[in-house]
Design a protein around this ligand. Structure first.
Ligand code: TMP
Length: 226
């Protein structure tokens, strides 16, 4: 194939509070898009490149007060810079679609809104580090803080630094995501994440097909991932 004719891939982000189901839903969406014939890269933040995964480890483990919100913001943007430049942009340039489990809206919701830095501060750093590069579609999985925290507790593991900030912090994160979705209705969709895995997956597929003007995406169920 002559490299010049390769169409750019499309960039989709899945956001939401911890425990909203982003992990399983991004895998199901990847499979649905692959069944339509697209090449898809599934990636995540913080992380998604070797250097950014190292920064992730600093962020997600340890005591809740290990970093203040500004230090978190600087760490996530250092990681994001590496992720965008080394992973996302090269994939899109090759025609690969990219689904990222979290991106800049997480910094807006966690550090900007729940952490109290304000959206303007996040935006200034965002412009310096990432510029105008942004996802074509952001899918926000919406779930109340009590349910989402119960799900993350049941899951266990030691990547729980943000969960340790407590229910009122998580509840501000949720409000933050809802605000971000409401203020940009053309690029964002709010998806009710309280249903079963397969119900939420169907709603995501329908939204992606409508917003990105694709033919209906083939059904993929949780059993397909087993
Ligand atoms: P994950 O559990 O969804 O992989 O995300 C790890 C944590 O990182 C999650 O609790 C939210 C946090 N985070 C931020 O606070 N700001 C950010 O910009 C990103 C990408 C994640």
């Amino acid at each position: 194939m002559s490299g010049t004719s390769t169409a750019q891939g499309r960039f989709i982000v899945i956001e939401g509070v911890d425990g909203a189901g982003k992990g399983v839903q991004s895998r199901l969406l990847r499979t649905a898009l692959e069944r339509c014939g697209f090449k898809v890269l599934l990636t995540r933040e913080p992380g998604g490149s070797p250097g950014a995964e190292e920064i992730r480890n600093l962020l997600v483990r340890g005591a809740a007060d290990k970093w203040d919100s500004m230090t978190e913001l600087l760490l996530v943007y250092a990681a994001r810079r590496s992720h965008v430049e080394q992973t996302i942009k090269p994939a899109l340039a090759q025609g690969t679609w990219v689904i990222s489990d979290r991106f800049a809206d997480s910094s807006r919701a966690f550090q900007g809104i729940a952490g109290g830095l304000g959206l303007e501060t996040v935006e200034r750093i965002h412009q310096q580090v990432v510029g105008d590069f942004m996802p074509e579609l952001t899918l926000v999985l919406d779930l109340d803080a009590a349910t989402s925290l119960a799900r993350t507790k049941a899951r266990g593991g030691n990547e729980d630094r943000f969960e340790k900030k407590g229910e009122s912090y998580q509840s501000r994160v949720r409000d933050g995501f809802r605000l971000l979705a409401a203020r940009s209705p053309t690029t964002h969709a709010l998806i009710d994440a309280a249903g079963s895995i397969d119900e939420v997956a169907q709603s995501l597929r329908q939204t992606v097909a409508t917003r990105l003007q694709l033919p209906a995406l083939l059904q993929v169920t949780a059993a397909d991932l087993a």
